[in-house]
Each structure stands twice: as C-alpha cells, then as structure tokens.
Ligand binder design. Structure first.
Ligand SMILES: Nc1ncnc2c1ncn2[C@@H]1O[C@H](COP(=O)(O)OP(=O)(O)O)[C@@H](O)[C@H]1O
Ligand SMILES: O=P(O)(O)OC[C@H]1O[C@](O)(COP(=O)(O)O)[C@@H](O)[C@@H]1O
Ligand SMILES: [Mg+2]
Length: 529
C-alpha cells in the first residue's frame, strides 16, 4: 500500500511547517501500515535547503519507511529528503564498502564558502560536504556508469579516470562502466569502451587522457539520447569551464526528461580558472614542471652577457601558473599576466626595467602567461579574433611578439647587444602525468564524485572549498571564472618578491601612446598631401 504525499507549501514557507507536515505524513503512514511514502514530483523545490546551497538529488522511487525516518526528518532543518530504501547498502550490509561508521559524512555536514568573516557578517553560502554516506541510492548491479573527458589536456586526467573506475568497483561493486571516447561528441559518434580496474590499472603513469578528448561538438539532445539509449544512469564528466557548462546543459535535459541519472562534474583545467574550488588538479604539477623551464632560462641567460630569458606558460585568461611559478622559483625578475596589463616604453615600462636589471645583474628572466599582452599583439597583427571549436578565443603568440620588440628596442634604439632566449614549454608542461600531490588530489576528487553519485546527488561538481571536499551545484562553478585579483595579497607578494613595475599607469600611458600615434598619422598624411 502506498501513501501519496502532496506538498503544497510554497518554498518561502519552508522549514518547520514542512517538517511537521512531513513527520505527520510519516507517522500517519506508519500508523496506517502504509509500506511506502511517495512524494509529489516537485518535492525537490519545496525542500530546497535554505541556508545550504541547494543541490539536486535524484527523486526517490519509493521512499520506504525505516524506523529512523521520522526521527531523521525532525533532526534536519536543511535536509533534502533522500531515497531511503529498506534494502540499504549500509556499511554492514555491503561487502564492497570499505568504510566504517566513523568515515561516513553526515548529510547535515556543510562546508562554508567563505571562512574569513566579520563579527556580524551573514552566514553565507554553504555546500554539502563530500564523502561516503551511509545510505546509498543505487544498488551495485543496477549502475551503468560512463566517463567522458573534454577540452584541453591537463596532468592527472588519467588518474581521475582510474580512480572513478576503481572507486566504483572496489567501494561499491559496480562492474558496468563505459568510457566515452573523444569528448562530448563521442556520445553520439563513437562506440563506447568497457572500463575495468584491470584496463585502467596503469594509466595514471601516462599524461593525456586515455579516453581522448575534443573541443566543440556539444549537442545536448544527441548526448542525452545516447545516455538514454545506452541505459546509463551515472555520468562522470571531466573537463574545464566549457565542459562544466555542457554538463549543466546535460543535467537540465536529463531533468526535463525525468531520467534517474546522476550527472557529476569533475573540474579540470591547468589554468586553475574554475570558480569556487580551491584549485584545479594538474595545476600543482604544471607549476612544478614550469620550474624546469625557468631554470633552463636562468642557466642560459646568466651564462652570457646581457642575457634576456623569456618563458611562456599557459594561462588563457588567468595568470595563476605564471604567478605561482614565479613565486616558487626566485629566479624570475618579472611576471606578466593577462589580469595586469603592461606597457613597454616610458617611465616604469618594461624596457626601462629590463635595462635596469641588465645593468645590475647582467641578465633578466621574464615569465609570461600566454594570455598576457594580447591587445598589443592584436594591434600589430590586425587580428580578427579567431575562435576554437568550443568558442574559446584563439591566442596570438605574445612570446614571439615580445621577443621581437625587446630585440628591436635594445639593438636598434638603445644600441645595446643583448642575448635573448625564448622558451615555450606550454604543451610539454600540459602533457606530463601528475605529480604526487596532484595524484592524491585526483583520487579524492574521483572518490567524492563516486560517493556523490552513489548517494543519489546529481547536477553537481566536486572540489575542495577551503580545504574540505564539497558538492557544488554545477551552475555555481560556471557563473564566473577564477582570475588573479590584483588587489589580493598573493599578487602583492609577487610584486614584493620580484620588485617589478606594477604598471599602474597603464591607462594613462596607452592613452598618450594612442594620441601620439594619431598625431603622427595626421602629420604624415599632411606631408604626403
Ligand atoms: N556554453 C557551453 N554549453 C555547452 N557546452 C559547452 C559550452 N562551452 C563549451 N562546451 C563544450 O565543452 C567541451 C569542452 O569545452 P572547452 O572550452 O573546449 O574546454 P574546457 O572544458 O576545458 O574549458 C566542448 O565539447 C564544448 O563544445
Ligand atoms: O591548443 P589547445 O589544445 O586548444 O589548448 C590551449 C589552451 O588550453 C588551456 O590549457 C586551457 O584549456 P581548457 O580550457 O581546456 O582547460 C589554455 O591554457 C590554453 O590556452
Ligand atoms: Mg576552458
């Protein structure tokens, strides 16, 4: 016998009235010997946690009533009712779960987005804490999971793939795991590959992605059709900001079609530009590997007279790799990033700084994020803003441009012989396997995603927030992009460490330059007439 529970309270009326209502429903159901309670379809909205950032959970198929049910609801005031089942895969019953009761996270545990607060500041946004939960939504043998990797490469992708496969299998006894090949388009244009712990056993030792990747080709309808046709009910999506936007679209479509599919995003990008999370995997490895290039540049330039070393690192819109590589190295004299526009000529410009350092030390090392100074390169190349298949702006080679400008300035204008070495290790850094710390980090991300999906959460991205792993609604990580804040103390630390110019006069200098160029143009037109 089944009791249909219809919640008619509005979202703003949430909290105790609803809890009381629920408790009453449950008590009634127990008293009247109903076997299960079914909630009306919009329960997710009505139970949206108020103080906790809302997270979606798969709708319960049958919320059967164990003894603890009423007690549980009366305890939690920001609880999303989850799929309680009589046959719970608790730690005692499931031979696959390697956790003891102490390891389980409580469904009430939350992670604060902001931890530095003032006395009277509001409580702020909180996310669900990630980790194994005592009650799971899926039975092992009903899971059909799939993994896809999209966007650019990043050290550690293979570790994440390996740990999702091994985590699902070792912790939850899941055996049906598919690999989608070649990014999003692989859902509808390629066959799947079967993933087992044996198949993925060694892949973490290699760079790149075992499943291959691509940009573009995100067709939400075709992807969800494929998910539906293949009977997939857990989708693990590894990728950067673009990929997470794609994951959000898939989640929406899955919801629209009423499919019981858990959609879990694992944020990937070497640029570390994904919002909310502390850092993205592969970033640490990239910073470490960048040291080798910086070291090479330093060795080269200190061995010659007036040596100028330029090292270009990745960072399309965010200069995190360049900033952290500079802070870690101590051999870098100047770090240029997209967030801090720079200029070459005039007082406090780059040329002046280079000349000063050459006089003082005989050499200089400059670290350059690929997205820095794009406006200068675009101006001389009359670029038309080309885009890649995903719609990302294609960058012009700022390293080559800067090298040429420096050579021209010192040899032609200053009549100074310099010895310039330009090193571009970008793809070499991106293609290596992850280091020890990233390997551990990738494992935690993969396990958090597996626990979340198994517990019935959906439409989430995993990641550490203030050092605690959390489930973050996908939309939150895609609404903004993480960039270096020039007003943050980390950038101030860098300036203190390199003593480079801060280029604060950028706007004034560029305006003067533009005016001068216009005047010159008018003059030259007049003379030619
Ligand atoms: N706004 C978007 N909506 C849906 N899919 C997107 C969106 N932006 C990017 N994608 C898809 O995500 C995938 C990866 O995006 P891309 O920007 O290349 O890399 P990354 O995810 O690493 O940032 C591509 O297949 C692309 O089509
Ligand atoms: O040449 P590709 O493969 O398009 O990748 C270049 C870009 O990929 C990045 O590594 C970032 O990639 P994602 O956005 O895919 O994480 C940038 O640093 C770089 O500009
Ligand atoms: Mg991206």
């Amino acid at each position: 016998m089944e009791l249909s529970v219809s919640l008619s309270l509005s979202e703003s009326e949430f909290h105790f009235p609803q809890l009381q209502f629920l408790n009453k429903a449950v008590q009634l159901a127990s008293k009247e010997c109903y076997h299960s309670v079914k909630f009306n379809s919009d329960w997710r909205w009505r139970f949206r946690a108020r103080r906790c950032s809302s997270l979606n959970r798969l709708p319960p198929r049958f919320a059967c009533i164990p003894k603890s049910f009423a007690k549980e609801y009366s305890l939690c005031n920001c609880q999303i009712p989850h799929s309680l089942r009589t046959e719970l895969l608790g730690y005692k019953r499931c031979k696959f779960v390697c956790f003891t009761r102490q390891n389980f996270v409580s469904t009430e545990d939350v992670v604060a987005k902001k931890i530095v607060v003032q006395k009277n500041s509001p409580r702020g946004v909180h996310f669900r804490r990630a980790g194994p939960q005592e009650k799971v939504y899926f039975e092992s043998d009903e899971v059909r999971a799939c993994i896809v990797t999209c966007g650019g490469l990043c050290p550690g992708i293979n570790t994440v793939i390996r740990e999702i496969v091994c985590g699902l299998n070792y912790m939850y006894g899941v055996e049906d795991i598919l690999g989608i090949e070649g990014g999003y388009k692989g859902f509808y244009s390629k066959n799947t590959t079967t993933l087992t712990p044996k198949v993925v056993n060694d892949i973490h030792k290699r760079g790149g992605t075992f499943l291959r990747t691509s940009r573009g080709g995100h067709d939400t309808k075709k992807i969800v059709d494929s998910i539906q046709d293949r009977g997939i009910n857990q989708v693990y999506i590894i990728g950067g900001d673009g990929t997470q936007k794609g994951a959000a679209a898939i989640f929406k479509e899955v919801e629209k079609r009423g499919l019981k599919v858990a959609v879990a995003g694992i944020p990937k990008t070497i640029d570390n530009d994904i919002a909310v999370i502390d850092k993205s995997f592969g970033f640490d490895t990239a910073v470490e590997e960048a040291q080798r290039a910086i070291n090479a540049a330093h060795v080269e330039v200190e061995s010659v007279e007036n040596g100028v070393g330029i090292v270009k690192l990745m960072g399309r819109y965010s200069g995190f790799i360049a900033m952290f590589a500079t802070l870690a190295s101590r051999d870098v004299d100047c770090c240029l990033i997209p967030e801090s526009p720079f200029y070459l000529e005039g007082q406090d410009g780059l040329f002046e700084f280079i000349e000063k350092r050459l006089k003082e030390n005989g050499h200089i090392v400059i670290v350059l994020a690929e997205g820095a100074g794009q406006e200068h390169v675009a101006r001389i190349m009359h670029a038309v803003g080309e885009k890649d298949a995903s719609g990302n702006r294609l960058l012009l080679d700022v390293g080559l441009w800067l090298s040429q400008e420096i050579k021209d300035h010192f040899t032609k204008e200053r009549k100074m012989a310099i010895n310039l070495k330009y090193i571009d290790p970008t793809y070499m850094i991106r293609a290596i396997p992850s280091n020890a710390s990233d390997n551990i980090y990738c494992t935690l991300l993969a396990h958090s995603a597996v626990h979340g999906a198994m517990a019935g959460y959906t439409g989430f991205t995993v990641g550490p927030v203030n050092s605690r792993h959390a489930y973050i609604p996908i939309a939150r990580v895609t609404e903004t992009q993480n960039t270096v804040k020039l007003t943050d103390r980390m950038w101030a630390r860098l300036l203190a460490s390199t003593n480079q110019p801060s280029f604060l006069n950028y706007n004034k200098v560029m305006q003067e330059k533009a005016e001068k160029e216009t005047t010159n143009l008018i003059d030259s037109t007049r003379t030619s007439v």
